[in-house]
Design a protein around this ligand. Sequence first.
Ligand code: DX5
Ligand code: ZN
Length: 218
Amino acid sequence: MHSILVAPSILACDFGCLHQEVHRVEEAGADWLHLDVMDGHFVDNISFGPAFVDATAAVATIPVDTHLMVSRPDHYLPRFLGSSQNITIHVEADCDIAQTLGAIRDAGRTCGLSLRPGTPFSAVAPYLEVIDLLLVMTVEPGFGGQSFQEAMLLKIAEAAKKRALKKLAYRLEVDGGINAKTAAQCIDAGADTLVAGTSVFRAPDMKSAIQHIRGSKP
Ligand code: DX5
Ligand code: ZN
């Protein structure tokens, strides 16, 4: 189906050296850059906004995968369309989900839909035909460095099965507590796009960490 991609989350990088960190992770083999936007309302944390995403995209040479952990993605969407190749909203957000997904695609971007660990797969089922990516959160959104929730492997497998059954082509992304071990479990369950923050940016050897997450251990 899809090639395995590794999308390091810059939430775990040294923000004081943003340009160098983006370059470092690209050199280490990252496929995408995952940017976690948090509004302090949808999640109990505030990370960064459109200006930071623009600044990151300006120095990046790989696609920007923006994860909007915000209550009103419809309201803020126009400010992210300029510099993100993929924009993911949450099914729990307070907006018309189908309309917002459509607005992302109408702007020529790919659209993603994400769900919290406590949200059942059935919540995203109505949208599977209109998304390019499904992001299964394997931690409660809001913070990096949390432990992987093994129970989410069932949800990943359900999403992969549904994709095959309905002959759909969305990417299956996972996010939270992803390292070489948990990545292998997620790939076995059907995931193809792996977000990793701590395990990449805190790794002694970033290139090796990305290779091991991708499963292409040398
Ligand atoms: C959490 C974010 C994740 C997080 C991943 O709300 O969506 O992308 O940054 O960080 P690690 O890989 O450290 O769990
Ligand atoms: Zn994320």
